[in-house]
Design a binder for this molecule. Structure first.
Ligand code: PHE
Length: 328
């Protein structure tokens, strides 16, 4: 009987300390729980007593349970009222927490800018796969197996059967697109490319290129010169001096390399490979080289960003370093 009295005090003290509905619920378990509740356990002891004891203790126990449940109910109503009150006083008009807003990574910004400029010149944006077959990355671009020109693109091969690779340039998308479309058209292809190279300030294992391709009945290098001059002037927001040098690519003939010189500087910077699409490539995609022709070009996106924003090391783009990212 003494145990029962102290139990009532214990429960009252516990209820007093409870400040949340969740805590109240676990108290309920502790005392009234079906399996391990303290009161439940006491009821289970009853059959061990004599008939007389049973009557006496049973009565007290029942009353105690009734009282405790009333205490519990009162506390429940109190806490519930408090909770509703808190919700009713939630002030929607209080100012929110100040969180810093993020922004596009510099590479995404430059990518967007390039697409916008070319869109203004009526070029559509096209994308292609990053995992390529040897055929699209090399053969269809007039780079046969074992040709030394393949060494121009240090290739990351995948351990697949049949052989696949990570595209070393965006030029394979030229082939994809031409096989499925008829000229005339003008497209720009931004995308990630991969090279098996040691990294340093100007080389990364993966970087981005933007490929251009314009094909029609009489698209020529003078058209290219105009388009690309427009592009550079708009990209750098000033009149850019441009130099076109002869070069070699297996998929263009003639092939050229573009250098630019920014106002106020002496240095020529190589920024882009280009040329008239090679007749072998046109034939490969099912075009008649006597009827259609056009130019292609390919430039490095990071390189242009490095020039425009004075970024000294290509590895910054991929470092994830906020001190770098937040500057743009
Ligand atoms: N794909 C070439 C490279 O990665 C660039 C290029 C594109 C050259 C289109 C000519 C025409 O170096």
């Amino acid at each position: 009987m003494r145990d029962l009295i102290s139990l009532k005090e214990e429960v009252s003290a516990d209820l007093e300390k409870t400040t949340s509905l969740a805590a109240l619920e676990s108290l309920k378990n502790k005392y009234f729980g079906r399996k391990a509740g303290i009161l439940t356990k006491l009821f289970e002891e009853l059959p061990k007593l004599s008939l007389e004891e049973k009557r006496e203790v049973g009565g007290v126990l029942n009353r105690l349970r009734g009282e405790l449940m009333i205490l519990w109910d009162q506390k429940f109503e109190l806490l519930q009222a408090e909770e509703l009150d808190r919700e009713a006083h939630f002030d929607l008009t209080l100012p929110g927490k100040k969180v810093e807003r993020g922004h596009l990574h510099i590479l995404s910004q430059v990518n967007k800018k390039i697409r916008e400029i070319f869109l203004g010149l009526n070029f559509s944006t096209v994308l292609g796969p990053e995992v390529e077959t040897e055929y699209y990355n090399f053969d269809a671009l007039n780079i046969p197996p074992n040709h030394p020109a393949r060494d121009m693109w240090d290739t990351l091969w995948l351990a697949t059967e049949p052989k696949k690779l990570l595209r070393t340039h965006t030029s394979p998308v030229q082939v994809h697109y031409m096989k499925e479309h008829e000229p005339p058209f003008a497209i720009i292809v931004p995308g990630r490319v991969f090279r098996f190279e040691a990294t340093d300030a100007t080389h990364e294992v993966n970087f981005h290129q933007f490929e251009g391709l314009m094909i029609g009945a009489d698209v020529n290098l003078a058209n290219f010169k105009f388009v690309i001059q427009q592009f550079f002037d708009k990209f750098f927001n000033k009149k850019v001096k441009m130099r076109i040098r002869p070069s070699f690519f297996p998929f263009t003939e003639p092939s050229v390399e573009i250098d630019i010189q920014l106002p106020g500087t002496e240095r020529w910077l190589e920024v882009m490979g280009a040329g008239m699409v090679h007749p072998h490539v046109l034939e490969e995609v099912g075009y008649n080289p006597n009827k259609v022709q056009g130019f292609a070009f390919g430039g490095g996106l990071e390189r242009l960003a490095m020039i425009k924003y004075n970024i000294p090391d290509i590895r910054y783009f991929y470092s994830g370093d906020l001190r770098f990212i937040k500057q743009f």
